[in-house]
Design a protein around this ligand. Sequence first.
Ligand SMILES: *Cc1c(COP(=O)(O)O)cnc(C)c1O
Length: 215
Amino acid sequence: MKVENNLSTLLAEIDEVTTTRPAIIAVTKYVTIDRAREAFDAGLMHFGENRIEGFLEKKAALPEATFHFIGSLQTRKVKEVINEVDYLHSLDRQSLADEIQKRADRTVRCFVQVNIADEESKHGLKADEVLDFISGIKDYDKIEVVGLMTMAPNIQDQSRLRRYFAELRNLRQQVQAMLQDNAPCTELSMGMSNDYLSAVQEGSTFIRIGTKLVG
Ligand SMILES: *Cc1c(COP(=O)(O)O)cnc(C)c1O
């Protein structure tokens, strides 16, 4: 399918459940540069990649787009990519925060990644660790916590998925209530091909779509 067609289907579905459209991040990790360019030409402005090589390659091909690093980032690789990212979606530990503070030339917009269903296989802080982690980085001037990110379990039960997304939204409110200067935490990065409608219904502001858009 053409990206253009996939996008109009996606937007129509979103518009049925909400009046405030989230930003759509085209996740291009499985596809070629040509396919990413097709997505850009279809009007998509945000792109997401989860590996450094793919990230740098797509960014070089589409210098006018906004680039989101959505994969887990090894501490020793921070220096290779941190000054190229527009948004990092995977801040999930103190050692990573320390390395960003050391290597970044400017303030990096970060999402704190939360393992909302506490799954063995997933990265991210547990929900009950998030507030302490964020207050622990309050003096890090190279980090701005713009929001929270989660990958929900790969299940079909939409009502259960909605409860996880609602939990992330509640957690965002608790972060906002801390009134921490470098943690405005206005955004929610949640929703993938399998669960974006549930995420949008719970107030997602960035959805990350691969398969349904460019796959
Ligand atoms: C691959 C990936 C996505 C997109 O997944 P799809 O199911 O193909 O939409 C979103 N977020 C992250 C972190 C990913 O790694």
